[in-house]
Structures are given as structure tokens and as C-alpha cells.
Design a protein around this ligand. Structure first.
Ligand code: F6P
Length: 477
């Protein structure tokens, strides 16, 4: 169904390059949210409202700054220093993030940061309201803005508002660690439509709603105190065309039709062309403790211990993009990763062979597309992840001739649909080391068969499909 209303997207992050850099730190948001929403907005046009990424020194009183890009408008507002530290770094990233990812030991509970979160949600609502027309369709994104719909309703908004959660929804016994779980669930029910990535998260949410509020659910709708909210599963995806192979990549590949422009190659980037029969394992993540990078390093170490034939023949490249660098748990995770890389390289390196290449930086999508094609195996092994779009990007980037193998954690939302990946449990170091070893040796026919099936999943659940289905469902309610 075509959209016949203006689409308003509200998210903490908005895309213009200068605005999604954390000030002075060059820390671009590498999350899937911006990528998927950008694809949706480019298609539908409309208004995208969010934080400018800037920290204002003074108390912020001004309205949003509006910029026009063809059919698309961006409206952004600044946050004050206090708001950044309490709403974003504090409640969003130190309370909600670990809670929703089922890391209860990392959850930091402070009334002050919760109150700041509520104030910022209110300020988002009051700044957005004057920009709205009666028939607009509002689509709120992610856990930073759980209460935005509630605040809009309190300010008199009667139009449609939907909400999509980009991260997992945890089991009820984890969610109710939050002292404000009841209010948060009530706020969620102010939305007309709430979307999640998979059935498991939806089941967890309904469980929490039943236990804490005691409403009733029938046919994907939750009824509570005279109102109803539709709940739905909308698996987020990518635009596979962006990653589709355009040229052969390895510069020493005799069949290559390298046209000299476009994607970069890992082999060239790391000057690996001179090592014959080299196999590459690749990991690409934001540097986040949910991504399980230390476990992945231990898995690789176990492989080198158990399969000595891999030595000198295998390199593991870990690209970690800087993320939330002012949050203490992220600082600790970075130190742990660096220490493990040093230890493993110190233990196994030989003249002419360093087993781990660790790149602490972000790359453009076009560079990553080439890197994915160079990898024999992509290790996507989060300890918990809402969806994980790297898994999808890797599959879309493979050529038919000799596709690489996706090794995927059962704790990534992507595992519920990408069943032809090699599914692993990253807590099981021995088991995952063995599965990855088998992946490196997988026969060509099996690699092709698996990649074909995975690609059809990636194409079916594209970013376009995700946004069209969500907005059409919201419009039709
Ligand atoms: O995908 C989940 C998410 O929290 C997005 O909302 C966010 O844009 C992304 O991860 C990156 O995080 P941040 O915006 O904190 O850099």
C-alpha cells in the first residue's frame, strides 16, 4: 500500500554527516538504525527529527533547526551537556542498553538519569509538535524515546504514532529490574503500533505486559484500560544492492576483472597479497560489550592452539568502530580487547605472520563491501544483538563463484531467519572454534548452496520491505 500521508521519523540519531559525530571525537554512529531509516526516508520523503549530535554549552531553549534536502526535511535540536551525560550516556546507554540486552550486572540505576530521560522525551515532543500537521504518520525509533508517544498524547496529539524497537526486548524477569518498568510499559501502550525484530522479543514484551499491567492480548493486539495497541514483527534489513559484488577483489586473483574504481580490498589494504593460500576471518562491529569481541578473540586463540596447521595460513581481521567512548563499560571493553589482541599476537606471531590485525576505526559502506568479499569466514558472534546487519551485509556482498561462510551467533536476532548460516553459541569457545574451523574447510558446493538461501532471506527482508510493511500497517490501523 502506498503511503498517502507525510511520514515523520523521530530518532535519537539523524544522518547528516556532521551531525552524527559526537562532538570533537569523530565518533560516527555505525548503527543499523540510521542506515535502514535513511533508505526508507529516501523513498518516501518526509521529515526526520532528532538530536543534532551537538552539545550546547548553555541551557537549550531554541526550537529545532530545519534543513531541506529535496523531498526530505531534517529537523534537529541540540542537547545540553547535562542532557548528553544523563539522558544519552546515562539512562539510555548505561541503564536501558544493558537491561534490554540482558546484561543485568551492567545496569546502572539512577533516579536522576531517569528524570533527565523523561525531560528530554518531553522536550522532543514539544519541539516536534509545532512542525506536525493533522494527517501526519509519526514513526518513533528505538529505546531512547520510549515515552515520546505518551508525551505527544499528553500535549494533545490524536494522530497515529508507531514505535519500533531496534534492540532485543528481554525476558520479564530481566525487564522488571527496572524500577520504572511499569511506567515504561504503560508509555509503550500509548503507541498505535509497536514493532519488534522477531517473535521471541514480541513474546517477551507480551509476557512483561501481562505480568506488570494485566491487560489482554488477542490477534497481535494488546488491550489495556479501554485502549488497544497493535504489536507486530518487522525484521529490519539492508539494501542488498549496495553490497552486491561489482568486481573481483583480490589483486592477485587471475580471474579478476578489476575495473580500478569502487571497492577497496583487505588484501591490498593490509599488504597480504604476497602470502599464498592465506585464509581470512573477518569481524566487523561497533566496539560494544554486547558484540562479544573478547569471546571471539578467545575462539580464534583456541583455533590456533588446536589446529596448528592454521598457523601462518590464517589471519583474523577485527574492525571495531569507536562507540560510546565516554561510557565506562565501553572504555573497559576496549582495554580488554586490546590486551587480548596483544597477548594472542605475542603468543603466536612468527617472522612474516601476525595472526590478528586489529583496526580500531570506522569504514565507509563501500569499503566494507570489498572487505566482506575478501573474507573466507565472517564471524558475527554477539552475546546478544537485536538483529545484526553485518550478517546481512556479508551475505549480500558475496560473489557466486566462491562465497565466504557466515558464522552466526544464535543470540543475534538475525539467527531466527538466517538458518543457513553456521549457527554457534559464542559462550562455547571450543564448540565455536571447531565450527569455525569446519567453516574454513567447507566445500564449494555447500558454500554456494548456503549463500543462495541466505541471500534470498536478505532480499526478502530488505530495509525497503521493513519500512513499507511497518508504515503500511500503521496507516491501515
Ligand atoms: O541499533 C541500536 C542503536 O542503539 C541505535 O539506536 C543507534 O543509532 C546505534 O545503536 C548506535 O548507537 P549510538 O547512537 O549510541 O552511537
Amino acid at each position: 500500500m502506498a503511503l498517502n500521508r507525510r511520514l515523520i521519523v523521530v530518532s535519537n540519531r539523524v544522518p547528516p554527516s556532521e551531525s552524527f559525530e559526537e562532538q570533537g571525537r569523530g565518533e560516527a554512529s555505525a548503527g543499523g538504525l540510521v542506515t535502514a531509516v535513511r533508505a526508507a526516508m529516501e523513498q518516501s520523503g518526509g521529515l526526520w527529527f532528532g538530536w543534532s549530535g551537538r552539545t550546547s554549552r548553555r541551557r537549550v531553549t531554541m526550537g529545532p533547526t530545519v534543513r531541506v534536502f529535496g523531498r526530505l526535511q531534517h529537523a534537529t535540536m541540540d542537547l545540553s551537556g547535562d542532557e548528553v551525560s544523563q539522558f544519552y550516556l546515562g539512562y539510555s546507554n548505561r541503564t536501558l542498553w544493558p537491561l534490554l540486552h540482558s546484561f543485568p550486572s551492567h545496569v546502572d540505576i539512577r533516579r536522576q538519569t531517569y528524570l533527565s530521560y523523561r525531560r528530554v522525551n518531553r522536550r522532543f515532543a514539544s519541539s516536534l509538535l509545532p512542525l506536525l500537521s493533522r494527517d501526519d504518520l509519526i514513526w518513533v525509533q528505538d529505546f531512547h524515546l520510549f515515552h515520546l508517544g505518551y508525551e505527544l498524547r499528553r500535549m494533545g496529539w490524536r494522530g497515529k504514532v508507531g514505535f519500533f524497537l531496534h534492540v532485543p526486548f528481554p525476558p520479564a524477569e530481566i525487564f522488571n529490574i527496572l524500577p520504572w518498568s511499569h511506567d515504561t510499559l504503560q508509555a509503550l501502550l500509548e503507541y498505535d503500533l509497536v514493532g519488534l525484530h522477531n517473535e521471541r522479543y514480541m513474546h517477551n514484551l507480551i509476557d512483561s505486559l501481562d505480568i506488570e499491567l494485566g491487560g489482554e492480548s488477542h490477534d497481535d493486539t494488546y488491550y489495556y484500560e479501554g485502549s488497544s495497541t497493535r504489536l507486530g514483527v518487522f525484521p529490519i534489513g539492508i539494501d542488498p544492492g549496495t553490497f552486491r559484488p561489482k568486481k573481483t577483489h583480490r589483486s592477485n586473483d587471475s580471474q579478476g576483472d578489476c575495473n580500478g574504481h569502487g571497492t577497496r580490498s583487505l588484501v591490498d589494504e593490509l599488504s597480504l597479497a604476497s602470502t599464498p593460500d592465506l585464509q581470512l576471518i573477518l569481524g566487523v562491529d561497533r566496539l560494544d560489550y554486547t558484540k562479544g569481541i573478547p569471546n571471539r578473540l578467545r575462539i580464534f586463540e583456541r583455533m590456533l592452539e588446536r589446529y596448528s596447521n592454521l598457523r601462518n595460513k590464517l589471519i583474523y581481521i577485527q574492525i571495531s568502530s569507536p562507540s560510546r567512548t565516554r561510557v565506562p563499560e565501553y572504555v573497559q571493553e576496549k582495554e580488554l580487547v586490546e590486551r587480548l589482541v596483544g597477548q594472542i599476537n605475542g603468543r603466536f606471531s612468527e617472522a612474516g605472520w601476525v595472526p590478528i590485525r586489529y583496526l580500531y576505526r570506522s569504514y565507509a559502506q563501500s569499503d566494507l563491501a570489498g572487505f566482506y568479499r575478501d573474507a573466507d569466514v565472517c564471524l558475527v558472534t554477539p552475546l546478544r544483538d537485536g538483529m545484526n546487519l553485518v550478517a546481512k551485509e556479508f551475505v549480500a556482498a558475496q560473489g557466486e563463484d566462491s562465497p565466504g561462510v557466515l558464522v552466526l551467533s544464535r543470540f543475534a536476532g538475525a539467527a531466527s531467519t538466517m538458518r543457513d548460516a553456521v549457527i554457534v553459541n559464542p559462550y562455547d569457545i571450543d564448540g565455536t572454534a571447531e565450527a569455525t574451523y569446519q567453516a574454513l574447510r567447507m566445500p564449494l558446493e555447500e558454500r554456494r548452496r548456503r549463500n543462495r538461501k541466505l541471500l534470498s532471506v536478505v532480499e526478502k527482508h530488505s530495509s525497503r520491505n521493513w519500512s513499507q510493511t511497518f508504515t503500511a500497517t500503521l496507516q491501515a490501523l
